[in-house]
Design a protein around this ligand. Sequence first.
Ligand SMILES: *Cc1c(COP(=O)(O)O)cnc(C)c1O
Length: 346
Amino acid sequence: MKIIDLRSDTITLPTEAMRQAMYEAELGDDVYQEDPTVNRLEALAAQMLAKESALFTASGTMSNLIAVLTHTHPGHELILGSEAHIFWYEVGGVSTFGGVVMHTVPNDQDGRIDPDAVAQAIRPKNIHHPQTTLLCLENTHNRCGGAALTPEYTSTICQLAHQHGLRVHLDGARIFNAAIAHNAPASELAKDADSICFCLSKGLSAPVGSLLCSTREFVDKARKWRKMMGGGMRQAGVIAAAGIVALKTMVNRLAEDHATARQLAHGLAVIPGITINPEKAQTNIVMFEAPASIPTPEFTQQLDERGVRLIHRSERWMRAVTHRMVSTADIDKALNHIELVIKDLG
Ligand SMILES: *Cc1c(COP(=O)(O)O)cnc(C)c1O
């Protein structure tokens, strides 16, 4: 039985071209910045995001943590959306290692935070308050169903933050999905952010890694934090080689994942018992509500037994993510299984 795995785009395996590039990669010691393949990947990432410099890290979580540590000091406060990945899924690292307070303001369904709410959240100068110094944005927005922030919104909110003396970090784990959704270069979506990171290991299908892009000065400081965390990876060119293939050949392919996500969303919309707004499937993440009569853990369990994997995010909410390893035929099969499970359990 072929498993149709819609849990995440992180399950994508490296392509043949990636494995070949990994095998042939020219290597050196990256702690001395002597790995030519890592250096090429960092230069390529910086160029694509139109930033001066980039740093290769082990994961998106590590990139976000390093970015926050580089932007702040202990006792500072950062503002971020109530649904932010940094807030939910990064083990509170910015508070543990950075001594930084996370101040959440509500995200709307489209992954945005209201500029007025941000302005309200910024602390006035007062001896009792932590100092607010950073705003973190997320594009595409994971918990908001893969919603893609527009270049206009990003510029507006960054300007507001800058006017108040805050810096802006953009968690762009899936920034190229946002770029495709808005038919704009990723650099346009990142241009007003002081730093941006993105993942190679999601829809881009590389096995490992993430890049943090910013000014040369920022990246020099970030490199030191990476070393402190044990993230100096020596012959990291072995994995960076796959990242180069990902950036050169896999970005435009993400449009296929958006098409299968739309196919899934529209298919779900006509299954009795499912609640979904298919127009919200903007990129490769599809969120839907299971029938009220079926507990989501049981729903996912039954689907799993039929070879369809997805995750439940709460009592009602389900998440499916499309990627290179699911075809349009797989989506049809998954829809069929979902319909049958609802008939069985409902
Ligand atoms: C996946 C993801 C991350 C973290 O990436 P890892 O490589 O899994 O650590 C950060 N932010 C967002 C929005 C993500 O979706």
